[in-house]
Design a protein around this ligand. Structure first.
Ligand SMILES: NC(=O)c1ccc[n+]([C@@H]2O[C@H](COP(=O)([O-])OP(=O)(O)OC[C@H]3O[C@@H](n4cnc5c(N)ncnc54)[C@H](OP(=O)(O)O)[C@@H]3O)[C@@H](O)[C@H]2O)c1
Length: 284
């Protein structure tokens, strides 16, 4: 692992609590077989990843746990995220959802509300996450798919501030006002679908030209761009050579002139749902 990869991100809460996060996580959405899970987790850990992202709705928490158990490093060296699904909003349901995920994963380091859904549902849910944090059952609590209006409501009413917001973020969709807001509020940002979820980003001509000039792959430049704008990427792959390729982004810098060209690719088109307009199936 390079020296830069070893430097962690820090997110500081109001209470002076310091959250230390790996600079890159392995995404696991759509990893559904033992073979894929073992291959992905083992090669990721061997390459140097120390963060793994899953969620109740990926229906792979048990698989991921058993791959972690067999991956050859101590569980305490890893930071594992899970997320509460839309059908578990509300105080009691949230605690129950955490219990179920914790049972499947063994332990959870980061717990996030996956989608905000309607207010006031997420405020009650957040109270349950605060409780879990105070009980020491989880080290880091946060949200996912929260936009500025939803964060403002939460920040206004919470006792413990969210430490992370996991959002869609890549070269074709970078919401700079939301990133600036999170930065000002000391909320670390994790980028999901950092390669645009396979929707063609890495075939983009501008990206390919820049990657050629830097002697890197388009995926590496797309991920490095996220690091340089202060965001933690969560690339998903179950292919060992792509898992290694996606990790080797700590030993080069994209010059500012090329960053400007990359910023010009931002077309603000999502691959996933709009959190302000999608209240999701399964809300009850
Ligand atoms: N919070 C949320 O609401 C939310 C939403 C979506 C995703 N997520 C999280 O974020 C993670 C990543 O997002 P994502 O899975 O949507 O998309 P992604 O990481 O942007 O893209 C994954 C796709 O890119 C391919 N790929 C990976 N590395 C590659 C490389 N170096 N070259 C070429 N192709 C490559 C993968 O195929 P192979 O596997 O075949 O390599 C897969 O098809 C998820 O797995 C999940 O953990 C969270």
């Amino acid at each position: 692992m390079t020296a830069e990869a070893m430097k962690d991100q820090h997110s500081r809460t109001d209470e002076g609590q310091v959250t230390i996060l790996p600079r890159i996580f392995l995404g696991t959405w759509d990893i559904r077989t033992r073979k894929d899970a073992d291959r992905a987790v083992t090669s990721a850990v061997k390459t140097g990843y120390r963060g793994i992202d899953t969620a109740a709705c990926y229906e792979n928490e048990e698989l991921i746990r058993s791959s972690i158990d067999g991956c050859g490093i101590d569980r305490t060296e890893l930071t594992v995220t899970s997320k509460l699904w839309n059908n578990s909003h509300g105080y009691d349901k949230a605690l129950q959802a955490f219990d179920e995920s914790e049972k499947k994963l063994g332990s959870i380091d980061i717990y996030l509300i996956h989608w905000p859904g309607p207010v006031p549902g997420f405020l009650e849910t957040w109270t349950a996450l605060e409780h879990l944090f105070e009980q020491g059952r989880v080290k880091t609590i946060g949200v996912s798919n929260f936009m500025v209006p939803q964060l403002e409501i939460l920040l206004d009413r919470c006792r413990i501030r969210p430490m992370i917001n996991q959002i869609e973020c890549h070269l074709w969709y970078t919401d700079h006002p939301l990133l600036d807001y999170c930065r000002r509020k000391n909320i670390a940002v994790q980028a999901f679908s950092p390669l645009s979820a396979g929707s063609g980003l890495i075939e983009n001509e501008t990206l390919r030209d820049i990657a050629n000039r830097l002697n890197r792959s388009p995926a590496q430049v797309a991920l490095r761009y996220l690091l340089q704008i202060g965001v933690i990427p969560i690339p998903k792959s179950s292919n060992p050579s792509r898992i290694a390729e996606n990790f080797h982004i700590f030993d080069f810098r994209i010059p500012n002139s090329e960053i400007e060209a990359l910023c010009g690719m931002n077309r603000l088109v999502r691959t996933n749902k709009d959190p302000l307009g999608w209240f999701g199936q399964d809300y009850q």
